[in-house]
Design a protein around this ligand. Structure first.
Ligand code: FES
Ligand code: FES
Length: 155
């Protein structure tokens, strides 16, 4: 089947298997490998992207379901002028160690701040509870999101 998916502002039309997952569409067909696969079973959140502005686990969405939609991956944040506030927050507050969970955390945090520009600590923890990190203990991630909220939010 043929799908047309706009990714980070650019339309991509491809012939795909109906069973192809969105994460594999992004990684294998578009070479956007910033979206990670940690579990493939909807558990870890490493594959989180924005689908029409909503954070989704792209290992749980078929490329066919994203047909006609807009997808934002971690490569679509920031730009030539610098990192997005959430990306910068992770840098400033040391919100990562190995970095494997980080693209998913950044996308989930971006969606959270778009919905709630000034979240409480508990709202941040609730907003990120679908994303697992084996390294940081989460505290620095929460602080990274707080930094982002105070410095531009979901931009
Ligand atoms: S790879 Fe999608 S939730 Fe873990
Ligand atoms: S920084 Fe290693 S899994 Fe989160």
């Amino acid at each position: 089947m043929r799908v047309e998916i706009t990714v980070n502002g650019r339309p991509h039309e491809r012939e795909v298997e109906p069973r192809l997952l969105l994460v594999h569409f992004l990684r294998d067909l578009l070479s956007l490998t910033g979206t990670h696969v940690g579990c493939d079973t909807t558990s870890c959140g490493a594959c989180t992207v924005l689908l029409d502005g909503v954070a989704v686990k792209s290992c749980t969405v078929l490329a066919a379901q994203a047909d006609g939609c807009e997808v934002t991956t971690v490569e679509g944040l920031g730009g030539p002028d610098g990192l997005s506030p959430v990306q910068e927050g992770f840098r400033q507050c040391h919100g990562l160690q190995c970095g494997y969970c980080t693209p998913g955390m950044v996308m989930a945090a971006t969606a959270l701040l778009a919905e709630r520009p000034d979240p409480s600590e508990q709202e941040i923890r609730d907003g990120l509870k679908g994303n697992m990190c084996r390294c940081t203990g989460y505290q620095m991630i929460v602080e990274s999101v707080q930094w982002a909220a105070a410095n531009g939010g979901a931009r």
